[in-house]
Write a protein that binds this ligand. Structure first.
Ligand code: ADP
Length: 497
């Protein structure tokens, strides 16, 4: 039993049942062969029925002639009354019946109205009583014919009608001829026919199998071409997008693949760009440190003040390097653990107040006024640390990129689904073509200005990432020279993915 199970499992594994090629092949095979075989069997059966029918009609015709002779010679009446029949008539009838029996390899019996066998070409049953269903039915006027294929004969009854016996002229069945003939000639004919049909069916099967194999291979070839093309792309033989325009389906698959390929290339390019940017950003403070240290070393008796001044610059470069590394780590952490959210119910008004309290001293240095306008009390399910990071970054930028004596306004509002936090400033604004790039890693509108004020170009990338983690959105509106507005919209109830 176990061996059988194992065998079935092996067969299932080996046979590519899920292969489209195999399925098309089987479908064509069934569609091509089954109708052919059905038609073949139908033709054979029909032919046999017609052959039997023709034979019965032919024999019945001849039997009717004999029946007429019997009536015209009063055969049955004379037999019943014991009158002797003229020798010639008897001989003619006997010869006719013998000839019929020989011609059709059969047997003819004449049965009179007393169910007595008057004549039997086999000479076995003469004088005996024959009451069979067929005979009885024939006396009632029904013509019966049976084809017994199993035993190889056709049996039929023919009424011997005496039209002179009654006045109506319809005739009376005065006797029955019970005939059975061999079907050997039909069998021989059917054998020949069957052989021919078999040859045609075999030829048809060969043609259908060949066509099914060729068609199924041809029809599935485009899919193989897709696989090959994808393999080539994977192995790096080709860089361009693939094209297999054979079917609408292959066009769709290939389109989807090309889009995926394009996205992967973009991702790859952005990864390479990111690595290049990181290296560059980390190298800049290092170069400064190296230059500062080298110039100190070059001077033999450098005064202590110069040392101090250079060391301060070196310390500030180290701080900068540190900030970049911290921001990078924050980004990497965000990418890696994007699912790690500590969601709690947070009073957003209170949180904004706290953030602004922390940032006001920085604003005061630039004489920037920071105002908070809350439309309503808002409580939301958020990650408090991440939301603090979002708002801190936005308000910090609004202060950093502001003009002296400017203002920063934080507005908080909510509807039944989202809360909105708008951070506007009266700062330098962002050029229109830079707006779409400011959330990219290391992107800065004015590199040197940003560096001067301690920017790394990573703040908004981190902010956007955190907003997306909350399933929120961040939009930017800005007019260069007038100010900017960053709007963050976050669901009140956290939607876990
Ligand atoms: P950075 O560390 O340089 O501030 P961010 O990612 O926070 O990096 O910001 C990217 C760039 O977007 C900044 O360098 C600056 O040019 C621009 N930017 C951000 N916020 C503002 C703002 N409120 N006003 C004007 N420019 C801004």
């Amino acid at each position: 039993m176990k061996t059988i199970h194992r065998l079935i499992r092996t067969l299932q594994q080996k046979m590519p049942v899920k292969s489209l090629c195999l399925r098309i092949f089987l479908l064509l095979l069934v569609m091509g062969i089954v109708p052919g075989f059905i038609v073949g069997a139908g033709i054979v059966q029909n032919y046999e029925d017609r052959a039997v029918e023709n034979r019965i009609t032919a024999v019945q015709g001849q039997l009717k002639i004999v029946a007429n002779h019997l009536i015209s010679n009063d055969y049955l009446t004379k037999y019943r009354t014991g009158e002797s029949l003229s020798q010639t008539s008897s001989d003619v009838i006997n010869a006719e019946l013998e000839m019929l029996a020989n011609l059709y390899e059969g047997r003819v019996m004449i049965i009179d109205s007393n169910f007595k066998v008057v004549l039997d070409t086999y000479k076995i049953s003469e004088g005996k009583i024959m009451i069979s269903e067929e005979v009885v039915k024939c006396f009632r006027g029904e013509n019966i014919s049976n084809y017994d294929k199993e035993h190889g004969y056709i049996e039929m009854t023919t009424p011997i009608m005496d039209t002179t016996a009654n006045t109506t002229g319809n005739g009376v069945v005065s006797g029955v001829m019970l005939t059975s003939i061999s079907n050997s000639s039909i069998v021989t004919m059917m054998e020949v026919l069957n052989r021919r049909v078999l040859i045609i069916e075999t030829l048809l099967a060969v043609v259908v199998v060949t066509l099914a194999i060729v068609t199924s291979i041809m029809m599935t070839r485009p899919f193989n071409r897709i696989t090959e093309a994808i393999k080539d792309v994977k192995d790096g033989y080709r860089d361009e997008s693939i094209s297999v325009p054979d079917y609408v389906e292959t066009i769709h698959i290939v389109d989807a693949f090309n889009q995926l390929l394009k996205r992967m290339r973009t991702l790859d390019e952005s990864r390479q760009e990111f690595v290049a940017n990181v290296s560059h950003e980390l190298k800049t403070p290092m170069t400064s440190i190296k230059v500062l240290a080298d110039s100190l070393l070059a001077q033999k008796d450098a005064p202590a003040e110069l040392y101090r001044e250079f060391m301060e610059d070196i310390a500030s470069e180290i701080d900068r390097e540190n900030r970049i590394i911290t921001d990078l780590l924050a980004l990497v952490k965000q990418d890696k653990k994007s699912k790690d959210m500590t969601i709690t119910s947070v009073d957003i008004n209170e949180l904004v107040e706290l953030i602004l309290k922390r940032l006001r001293p920085i604003a005061r240095k630039k004489d920037v006024e920071v105002v908070f306008e809350s439309m309503r009390a808002v409580t939301a399910e958020v990650d408090e640390v991440k939301l603090t990071l979002i708002l801190t970054n936005l308000v910090e930028n609004a202060i950093k990129y502001n003009k002296d004596h400017g203002w920063v306004k934080v507005e908080l509002d909510a509807d039944h689904q989202f809360f909105t936090c708008k951070v506007s400033d009266s700062g330098i604004g962002i050029p229109e073509d830079s707006i779409e790039h400011i959330t990219e890693r290391f992107y800065r509108v004015d590199k040197s200005h940003s560096r001067e004020i301690g920017g790394t170009g990573l703040g908004l990338a981190i902010t956007k990432g955190a907003v997306l983690q909350h399933k929120g959105t961040m939009t930017v509106e800005s007019v260069e020279g007038e100010g900017s507005t960053f709007t963050v919209k976050i669901p009140l109830n956290y939607i876990a993915s």
